[in-house]
Structure formats: C-alpha cells, structure tokens
Design a protein around this ligand. Structure first.
Ligand code: KIV
Ligand code: ZN
Length: 523
C-alpha cells in the first residue's frame, strides 16, 4: 500500500497566504471581535507565518481604524493590509492606518460585473475604468504595495475584466485579486479565468495574481487551488473559513491540502502547520463561532476513529486511515490530566503544550481560576483549561464584572436571582424574579445594566463529558445593526449564563458602531 504521508514535490513554488479573518471574517454577522481579540489573532497569524494580514476596513469606524493601526505597529513580519472602497476618502484612511506597518498595503476594490454595474453602482464600464485609474493611482502615491480587486470577477465578461486588470497594473497595482465574490464559479472555470487574464493582459507579468473564494456552493477551497493552477500565487482565506454568508476558503484546509498532496500540488506556503489547531481555537473563541465537529483539519473529530475496522487499522499502522498526522496540525494527545494537586509548574507546562503564551499577570489569573475549578471538578481536561484561559483573556478589560450570583430554582416558582455586579469599580446588587432561573438571571442583569439589546441566541453545551462538566453558554445580542456573540463557562450553568450575557454586553459597549459597507459599491 502507498504511504500517503510521505509525498514530496519535485519542485515547489511559493504561494503567499493572505489571511482576511480580521476583515472578511469579522464582517459577517455575529463575528465581531474586540480590539484585544483582534490583536491576539493578528499576533498568532504573524507568528505562524501568514504573509499578508488583512487587518480591517479602516474607514468603517474609529474602532476599525485603531485596530488596523495597532496591528500595523505590532506586526513583526507580515505585510499589513487595510481595505478601501474605490473612494478617495477610503483610500486616504487606509493609507493612514497602514503607514505604521513595516510593510503596509492598501487593498482597494470595485465591482466589475454587469449585474453590479447595473443594479448596485449604476455606472457604465467606462466610468468604472476611470474610477480604477484614479483610485489605484491615489493608493500607489501613498504606498508601494497596492492590491486591486475586481469584485464579482467571476461574473465579469473576460474582455472587460482584462481591460480593468491592464488599467490597474498600469497605474501601479502590484497584486491583482480576482474574487469569486458570490461563490458561483466551478474549479475549471476559475482556473481558466486566471489563465486567460494572465495570457491576454500585456502587463500581467508586473503583478502577483490572487484568488479570493466564497463558499456558497462549498467549492471555495477547490476553486482556490484551481486558481493557483491557473497561475495565481496569492490565496486569500480565513481561519475556520469564517466570512460573508457561507464563508471564505479555510486557511487550514488550503495549507494542509498543499502540504499533504505535494505530489500533485507542487507549491509551498510559509505556514507553520503545527499552529493550525491553536489558531482555529483562538478564532473560534474570539468570534464565538463554533467549529463543526467534522470540520476538516481542525474539527474535534478530524482525527477521531470510531468504527471498529478503522480502529483496528490504526492500531496496526497509522497510515491506514490517516493521510496526515494529528501532530502536523498541532493536535497533541497529552495524557497529563490536571487536578487539584497540580501545581504551578504543571499548569505552566500544560499551557505551553497547548500553545498559550501568557504574561505573568495573565498566568496568575488563569492559575487562580484553575485552582478554583479544580476544587469543584475532579479532573480538569484540556477543554476546561481552554475555556478558562480564553474567558480570562476575553474578559480582562471588561467594564462590568460578575461578583456573585445566587439563584433559587425548582418546581415551585417564581425563580429568584440575587446578583452582585462590579460596574467600573462600583458594586451594585439586585434581586429579581423570573419565569425560570435563566429568565431571573437575565432580568437581574437588565435591571442593573439597563440596555436596549435583544437576545438573539442562548445556547448551552457541556465542555467535556460527565455530570460535573463545565457548561459553556453562548449568548448573542443585537442592538440596532450591531450583533455580538460571547461565551461564558462554569460548572454552574446559571453562572455560565450570567457570564456569557455580561461578556456580550461588555463587547457591545466596547465597540463603536460600524459601517457594514465593504460590499457596497463605490460611488
Ligand atoms: O468577496 C469579495 O469580493 C471581497 C472583496 C472586497 C475583495 O471580499
Ligand atoms: Zn470576500
């Protein structure tokens, strides 16, 4: 039998990984991240070898601008890109934000398809060409590194697409992105589009071509790889495939496909694949978008073998049912289960194994929470520690904190919650009745922190198995056009519910209102 884990390419060509988790990913409803969460994600992406990080859309809000500027200041090796519509004010703002980077990029885009031109932009082809010439030139005056995207490229007639690409390169675009904005293309069509544009545009050798695929038909990864075969050398993707609608191509799937099938995909990325699972967990924790159990590469079941025949094969030889090793993506089957006798050294070594790098203060906080949990729970598993540390990082800057909660529940209502909160240093108490204990808890929060936000989702699941497992609660709140999701974990489901609701409120208060205008047409 062929050993599928040991393939090597004849000669591999480098493709650039452009991560847009913080822009296309973050712009999808409910995936909003706080500044701290964005900084943590950007740091992780930079450390794992992402070539270009699209850090946000600077004109969208002051919060977005600050996030892009701060990521730009901190980035060690990645290029930092800021998105801009084909509007002078957008481009100027993106230029201001990325100027702090050692290597900054302005990524500007405009629609090119007849559908978008007729219905969204109400412009002629010639008018859009004029816009491309002006805005790309403006961006190039501000930075050396300019990416131009033809939004809805896959539904654009090839002749017009070639004219646009030629114009963008002529006035200074160094990267040309041809997105499958609506996730409509098939791999063969996408490959052919890149081949045609690269062959027909006379100055195409002066730019790097890029793929950007949405997953509406589940083809985003296949299309991205086909685009590379068509000559593109940059892949735009997101951790866990988060993004508009059905999402973007998943970074971890692309990188592992290239690595595992090097025999037929002779390309190389600069990604340290052992960081993939950690990055997935970090993004899932920050966005509160759960990763489906059977998700390729990073799902909980991606390396689980349940059926007898598979288990038998695995015991005889791992390559019978595994085409890549769990270790290659950062899954460690650590046997060290923690408990109340575990000390600082063991806890620190566990965090190291799990890929966490905490400051001294963060470590101290996490250790205290771990000790408190171990007092209530016999075995503390990796999933418990993850929930605890992620919550610790997410709540470090919260304005409202839970001090204590007592709930009276049971068959004889009304159920009653007595809650104490610390609101920016002021401790306040409330006692509220409710139609069930969760209702009582949420009403107490409402009484202490009056707000207009509507509860859109309340979801509970157990972090591990067993009746003493921690409950992890997700809460989604909506206020006007802002939607936030947050999680709270605790062995007590009602405390976890209160933590989740408060985390969502904190998040709502932290973010300034933003424009969801990325996909709006340039005027
Ligand atoms: O999907 C898309 O077309 C985009 C552009 C802004 C690049 O996200
Ligand atoms: Zn997109």
């Amino acid at each position: 039998m062929t050993d599928t884990t040991a393939r090597t390419p004849a000669a591999s060509e480098r493709v650039l990984i452009f991560d847009t988790t913080l822009r296309d990913g973050e712009q999808c409803p409910g995936a909003t991240m706080t500044l701290e969460e964005k900084l943590a994600v950007a740091e992780m992406l930079d450390a794992m070898g992402v070539d270009i990080i699209e850090a946000g859309f600077p004109i969208a809000s002051n919060g977005d601008f600050e996030a892009v500027a701060e990521i730009a200041r901190r980035a060690k090796s990645a290029v930092i890109a800021g998105l801009a519509r084909a509007i002078p004010a957008d481009i100027a703002r993106a230029g201001e934000a990325v100027k702090f980077a050692r290597r900054g990029r302005i990524h500007t885009f405009v629609s090119t398809s007849p559908i978008h031109l007729a219905h969204q932009m109400r412009k002629t082809e010639d008018e859009v060409l004029e816009i491309i010439l002006k805005t790309v030139a403006q961006a190039r005056d501000l930075v050396e590194d300019v990416e131009w995207s033809a939004m809805d490229a896959t539904r654009t007639p090839i002749d017009y697409l070639c004219r646009c690409v030629e114009a963008a390169i002529r006035v200074g675009a160094t990267t040309i992105n041809l997105p499958d904005t609506v996730g409509y293309a098939t791999p063969e069509e996408y490959r052919a589009m890149f081949r045609a544009v690269r062959e027909r545009v006379p100055n195409s050798d002066k730019a790097v071509f890029s793929v950007h695929c949405h997953n509406d038909l589940g083809l985003a990864v296949a299309n991205s790889l086909a685009g590379i075969e068509g000559g593109a050398r940059q892949i735009e993707c997101t951790i866990n495939g988060i993004g508009e609608r059905a999402g973007n191509a998943a970074l971890e799937e692309i990188v592992m496909a290239i690595k595992t099938r090097a025999d037929v995909l002779p390309y190389a990325t600069g990604i340290d694949t052992t960081q993939l699972v950690r990055a997935s967990k970090l993004v899932a924790g920050a966005t509160h978008f759960p990763v489906q159990y059977n998700k390729a590469i990073v799902g909980r079941n991606a390396f689980a073998h349940e059926s007898g025949i598979h288990q038998d094969g695995m015991l005889k030889n791992q390559t019978t049912y595994e085409i890549m090793t769990p270790e290659s993506v950062g899954v460690h089957k650590t046997s060290l289960v923690m408990g109340k006798h575990s000390g600082r050294a063991a806890f620190r070594s566990k965090l190291d194994d799990m890929g966490y790098q905490l400051s001294d203060n963060q470590f101290q906080d996490a250790f205290e929470r771990f000790k408190a949990l171990a007092d209530r729970k016999k075995h503390v598993y990796d999933e418990d520690i993850e929930a605890l540390v992620d919550e610790n990082l997410a709540t470090a800057h919260d304005r409202i904190k839970l001090v204590s909660l007592t709930v009276m529940a049971g068959t004889r209502g009304p159920q009653r919650a007595t809650m104490k909160l610390d609101i920016e240093g002021r401790v306040v108490t409330e006692e509220t009745d409710g139609n069930g204990p969760v209702d009582a808890v949420f009403k107490a929060i409402h009484a202490l922190v009056p707000h207009e936000a509507a509860l859109e989702l309340y979801d509970v699941h157990a972090v591990t198995e067993g009746t003493d497992a921690q409950a992890e609660v997700s809460v989604r709140l909506r206020q006007d056009d802002r939607i936030v999701t947050a999680r709270g974990a605790d062995p007590d489901t009602l405390v976890a519910s209160a933590k989740a609701y408060l985390a969502a409120l904190n998040k709502l208060m932290a973010g300034a209102s933003r424009l969801h205008a990325q996909h709006a047409a340039a005027e």
